[in-house]
Design a protein. Sequence first.
Length: 426
Amino acid sequence: MKNSILEKDKQYIWHPYTQQKTAAEPLAIIKGQEALLFDENGNEYIDGISSWWTNTHGHSNPYIAKKIYEQALELEHVIFAGFTHKPAVTLGERLLGKIPYQKRVFFSDNGSTAVEIAIKMAIQYFHNKGIQRKTLVAFENAFHGETFGAMSASGDLSLNNAFKEHLFNIIRIPEPIGEDKEKSFAALEEVLQNNQVYAFIFEPLLQGAGGMRMYAPEDLDKLIAICRKHEVLCIADEVMTGFYRTGKFFASDYLKNKPDLMCLSKGLTGGTLPLAITTCTEEIFEAFLSDDKLKTFFHGHSYTANPIGCAAALASLDLFEQDSTQQNIEWLVSNHANFLKKIKGHPKLNDVRQQGTVLAFEFKTSQNTSYFNNLRDKLYYYFLDRGAILRPLGNVIYLMPPYCITKKQLLKLYNLIEQILTEDFI
Ligand SMILES: *Cc1c(COP(=O)(O)O)cnc(C)c1O
């Protein structure tokens, strides 16, 4: 019984982002509770990365589970073209209430499709208006997902080598990070002047997969202002930053200049079910209203606005509205700030940075890439062997736990970071 999961896994499963030839055996997880995951051998792990940035209220949250169960008994799914339902309209109303500059929600299943939809909406917005626009602008170290549009928009990661010739045209600009911020503004200005750009897509304030890179709201405000001047749409990919990861409900809450489209997914259902939303302004929505059927947005997925997913998202919003959740988030933010102060300047760290509930440590390394990969594995298993799931991005380790993490668990993560800095292999 005990090894049956792993045996069958080996026989039948192809895992994401995994070199199946050389990868170590996966851990068979049989239970999750709050910030903890339990494997089949009885070991427990603190989920320091919220299971790929999805989980917000802890694993197997009983309140969300109850709402999912109730919805499943009532209406599990219905086609969303020509039909509608209460969980979808309530979720639309409640979410848009928090981002009043956005007026419509369009549902899909995951972060990549949310991005794909935003890009398609931006392209067709100009097409419907009879305006010629051809190019998308994105940041150099961006990550926007796995489908072709999202992959095209993502930074030039070598991971996408096989697909390079099949990706569409993108112009990249540097992030406003470090000393040459002005380069970023100048690059955008120049690109928009000389190209027919339909949209600028960005991860607001915090770039996730690109290495937990952070930049200031004032600087994003400037970039958005440049886009406004050239009537270029702004797409905020909040797939990772949404739902309080940056300290506020959305990273865009820090901005004066608001985006035209937003992509939401990971934390949308509290990390329980796959669901995504692309939101847009009334102006964009109206560009699709016409007696000409060809101006319709011809896009939809089988599980668009799945009622059980919507019910999970509504339950997650209920939990976010509780004082205790808000206190947990504030507590996490201030604990991170204190630990940052304590560890900043450590000789083995290039940088320690925080954006809200995310704390990132950049390790010094002058080594080549293959060593890098070794270091990455060493770091990963060092933490895993000690009961913590922390998944390095190159030489960057970050903490992004569910908000219900306990004081003891959080201290353990901080201690492990301090401890690893005393090890010789770092
Ligand atoms: C994870 C991520 C995506 C892709 O979401 P999936 O659900 O994995 O398809 C897109 N954008 C950002 C910023 C992400 O972090």
